[in-house]
Ligand binder design. Structure first.
Ligand SMILES: Nc1nc2c(ncn2[C@@H]2O[C@H](COP(=O)(O)OP(=O)(O)OP(=O)(O)O)[C@@H](O)[C@H]2O)c(=O)[nH]1
Length: 420
């Protein structure tokens, strides 16, 4: 979540929820804002003023109305998820509640980590980013026709006339799909597709030829050069929109599986390093600052030994979630390995990056972790370094790693700065 974005707000509406204060505290740690209401009028007034991302409703209802009475009113004022907190429900009761607006059921005793996982998924679904389409077509008119159709369907579109300039929008606009004309004066679509396919970072961007070419042999030739499909130009609007939507959805989901670590859904080792290498190249080219942090959970072996591997995993996930929600738009976070994380801060000075990491350190150390009835807290140590002219990505990693090592030896739960 970047600094200018409002935090998603959750309205906790209940007479009294056991552990409600702790729930609100944990939600705040994970980047949500939480407001509690025990009276119908206060809840409805708040909903009129600011629509919540989600509502949590206790089965006992509020002080002045039952859950069944308030449910339809909540449904009218909010289109977000409505989570019903309950001890147990029969299938018939669940069906009834779903008919009157409940979207999810959450059971007592509250498992806060699971609830936050669920809210994360719902949040991601609600914030689905529009597909980005890059159209490469030397004809202004043709490019604009397709662009207008796709923009009207809610997509972000860039049109490029000269295929030789394709690398700039590929890097900066980061399209979900490239719609490529075949016959262009500077070079043909299949020639530029072949060049694009030389660069592994664009491997997972589908290139679809849009052409009036109907000869199947020529179409197959073009696809063998690195294109993924061949669509006819001037296809009906609905068909173009549906084809782009389906292709983008499929490739986004594939990209997610390819580039994300399955436990944390942060970038995996390969992809965070790849991101760092590209960021280093760009920062040098454009004289921008770039900082990098290595973060390592303290005494993690003891956590596994004391509470078991699955609780260890839960701790890893809690830190990953904190990083994901805090870094948005200002770089990228990845799981470097085991209980070690790497964070790339684009256009960020050493001091600013270190302040951020130290803020995360404090927030993480205050987070209450739990294993059955036992509650405990965990800390991390970190090393932060900034890019110097003579450094490459590997040296930047080494620099951050060396100060992380010092932070560990100086007692842990601290952030080391690499002062070159
Ligand atoms: N639960 C869980 N444990 C993991 C995972 N990956 C690595 N580990 C464990 O993490 C532990 C890392 O321990 P160490 O490298 O000795 O470091 P530490 O105990 O964190 O101590 P310091 O880093 O010195 O503070 C090892 O016991 C690994 O087995 C994982 O995905 N899940």
């Amino acid at each position: 979540m970047n600094a200018n974005q409002e935090k998603p707000i959750i309205y906790l509406s209940a007479r009294k929820v056991q552990g409600g204060a702790e729930l609100a505290r944990q939600l705040t740690f994970f980047g949500f804002e939480c407001q509690a209401f025990s009276k119908q009028s206060a809840l409805l007034a708040a909903m009129y003023t600011r629509a919540p991302f989600a509502v949590l409703l206790g089965e006992a209802g509020l002080e002045d109305c039952t859950a069944e009475q308030i449910l339809p009113l909540i449904g009218k004022l909010s289109r977000g998820p409505l989570l019903y907190l309950t001890s147990s429900l029969s299938v018939v009761q669940q069906i009834h509640l779903m008919k009157i607006g409940v979207s999810d059921f959450v059971y007592f005793p509250l498992d806060i980590q699971k609830l936050i996982d669920r809210l994360d998924v719902l949040l991601e679904q609600s914030m689905s980013i529009p597909y980005r389409v890059l159209i490469v077509d030397d004809s202004d008119a043709m490019g604009k026709v397709s662009a207008n159709i796709l923009i009207k369907a809610g997509m972000e579109v860039q049109v490029l006339k000269n295929p030789l300039d394709v690398f700039f929008p590929l890097e900066r606009f980061s399209p979900d799909i490239v719609l490529m004309d075949v016959y262009m004066p500077q070079c043909s679509g299949d020639e530029i597709a072949k060049v694009i396919r030389q660069y592994t970072q664009f491997d997972s961007v589908p290139i679809v030829f849009l052409s009036t070419e109907t000869n199947r042999i020529k179409q197959l030739m073009a696809r063998s050069m690195g294109g993924d499909d061949f669509w006819v130009k001037n296809m009906p609007e609905e068909e173009l929109i549906a084809s782009v939507n389906m292709t983008c959805a499929r490739y986004r989901s594939l990209r997610r599986w390819m580039s994300c670590d399955s436990l944390t859904t942060l970038l995996n080792h390969t992809h965070i390093i790849d991101f760092l290498e590209r960021s280093v190249a760009r920062s040098k080219k454009e004289a921008l600052s770039l900082s990098f942090a290595m973060i390592d959970i303290d005494h993690f072996k003891k956590i596994n030994d004391n509470y078991g591997h699955s609780i260890g995993d839960q701790v890893i996930k809690s830190l990953a979630r904190l990083l994901r929600q805090s870094i948005n738009g200002e770089g990228a976070a990845g799981r470097y390995g085991g209980e070690e994380f790497a964070v790339v801060f684009t256009e960020t000075s050493l001091v600013r990056a270190a302040q951020k990491v130290d803020d995360w350190r404090k927030r993480f150390s205050e987070l209450i972790q739990s294993s059955n009835d036992i509650q405990f807290q965990v800390t991390f140590s970190a090393g932060v370094a900034t890019l110097k002219n003579n450094m490459d990505a590997a040296q930047l990693i080494d620099a951050a790693d060396s100060v992380l090592y010092q932070a560990k030896h100086a007692g842990r739960n601290q952030v080391g700065l690499h002062q070159a």
